[in-house]
Design a protein around this ligand. Structure first.
Ligand code: TRP
Length: 449
């Protein structure tokens, strides 16, 4: 069973060590797991909300793209793209904007923080607040829902946004899904152990605190930053307290458990802070030197990076384009060519004559097929250990249970209560697949008369 993982990274800065340990590295690792289907993208539309410096946006997109690839992201295995190369995303943003409650967005932390600041300063509550900032969570919901992501790895500050994406997606499903779910509801995933690295001064590592350790700029920059890590004033020979040392916390985020306990022991034994910093540098450099070199090679070939990202966008749009077509259809943005009346007549007929056929597989397991009126196979179920569970699933489907269709390449799967229960056939074009999905939806739609 595949889990779709999706995350975006806002292109306003140069990634630092904290971004790497907290977001990039866990995302790359997750993409290497069997069964992972990962979507990673540069959230450059989001960047425009926070930054009106074109050169900085441009530079940051390049650096972030190079960082992810140098960090080990395999663009053939994952879908890696720029948000702004997918025109379906702003279009979906609008469809979602039309169902998102303003009251929901009023509660977004980032917006509320701006309002609170204004009130404190005696200003108009919305002073300096753009519509971009206010609707930030809707754009993010479109990023996530466009690809039916199941898991969204994010920092803690983004959990609320993922929850809003669920709310907005649910509302759209409810209004337009007619018993089916267009959107899978995403879940935020936080990597507990390293979600936030401390910076040089012990506060969260962040550009806004100016306390970051650079990632790939140069070994020297990294070393210089490490030398500025704030420690207590205990002299060499005096026992250090690893649990109250953010230098140790940084070390932990990159070391094996054995390396950690060794380092802890040495600190307890009085290792000097200067030597401790040297250890940290060696640990980091050992893991990052090769990647750093690859990073600089990539930055030197921006046209190649462009090609990689455009190929990623094409891959993403294979999904986004037909899916958005379904969504437009659902809200009523339909072609005048297809008469609504005639359409419903035909479909009702098809729906009436679609039938479930159960059978026993060679291996003794139980399955069923859903056949259209003309005998065309719409679905083949997964294997069930006994006839009863197979029957229960087909019954739920017949009764219009909460099933959703998820496109997978030129095929599709049918999901019920968070589990894949059946597969559609493989098609040789996206059009053929989408029209089969359409027939399937009709066949499963609760019948009105
Ligand atoms: N808002 C996220 C951040 O600042 C970036 C982002 C944009 C994102 N779209 C997303 C993250 C979709 C996850 C999913 O960190």
């Amino acid at each position: 069973m595949t889990t779709r993982i999706l995350t975006g990274i806002t292109t306003t800065g140069t990634p630092h060590l904290g971004n790497y340990a907290g977001a990039i590295r866990p995302a790359i690792r997750a993409s290497q797991q069997p069964g992972a289907d990962s979507f990673y993208f540069l959230a450059d539309y989001h960047a425009l909300i926070k930054c009106d410096d074109p050169l900085r946006i441009q530079r940051s997109r390049l650096e972030i793209a190079a960082t992810w690839l140098a960090g080990g992201l395999d663009p053939d295995k994952v879908t890696f793209y720029r948000q702004s190369d997918i025109p379906e995303i702003p279009e979906l943003t609008w469809l979602l904007t039309c169902v998102a409650a303003k009251g929901l967005l009023n509660r977004a932390h980032a917006y509320k923080a701006s309002v609170d600041k204004n009130l404190e300063a005696g200003e108009d509550p919305d002073a300096g607040v753009t519509m971009g900032l206010f609707s930030y969570p809707v754009l993010m919901a479109a990023d996530i829902l466009m690809f039916n992501a199941n898991k969204v790895p994010v920092g803690r500050d983004q959990i609320q946004h993922v929850e809003m994406a669920r709310d907005i997606g649910q509302r759209f499903n409810h209004l337009f899904g007619q018993g089916k779910d267009f959107f899978a509801l995403p879940e935020a995933v936080i990597e507990e152990s390293v979600a936030t690295l401390p910076g040089l001064d012990g506060r969260k590592m962040s550009k806004s605190y100016d306390n970051t350790i650079p990632l790939f700029t140069s070994a020297k920059d990294m070393k210089d930053a490490i030398s500025r890590i704030v420690t207590d004033s205990r002299a060499p020979g005096e026992a250090k307290d690893p649990d109250n040392s953010h230098l140790f916390t940084l070390y932990q985020a990159f070391a094996t458990p054995e390396q950690c306990s060794e380092f802890r022991e040495e600190l307890l034994q009085g290792l000097g802070w200067g030597d401790a910093k040297q250890r940290l540098f060696q640990l980091l450099d050992g893991q990052l030197a090769e990647k750093r070199e690859y990073y600089h090679q990539l930055i030197a070939r921006p046209a190649d990076l462009e090609d990689i990202l455009l190929a990623g966008a094409a891959k993403a749009r294979k999904i986004a384009t037909p899916f958005l077509e379904q969504l437009r259809e659902a809200v009523g943005l339909r072609s005048f060519r297809t008469s609504v009346q005639a359409n419903t007549e035909v479909k009702k007929k098809a729906a009436k004559s679609a039938r479930f056929v159960s059978f026993r597989d060679e291996d003794g397991s139980f399955r069923f097929r859903l056949l259209a009126a003309d005998g065309e196979q719409l679905l083949l179920s997964r294997s069930f250990a006994d006839g009863k569970s197979a029957g229960a699933v087909s019954k739920q489907l017949q009764q219009g249970g909460e099933a959703d269709v998820r496109v997978e390449g030129l095929g599709f799967g049918l999901w019920l209560n968070g589990e894949q229960v059946a597969d559609g056939p493989q098609f040789d074009s996206a059009e053929a697949r989408d029209s089969a999905i359409e027939s399937l939806r009709e066949a499963l739609a609760p019948q009105q008369d």
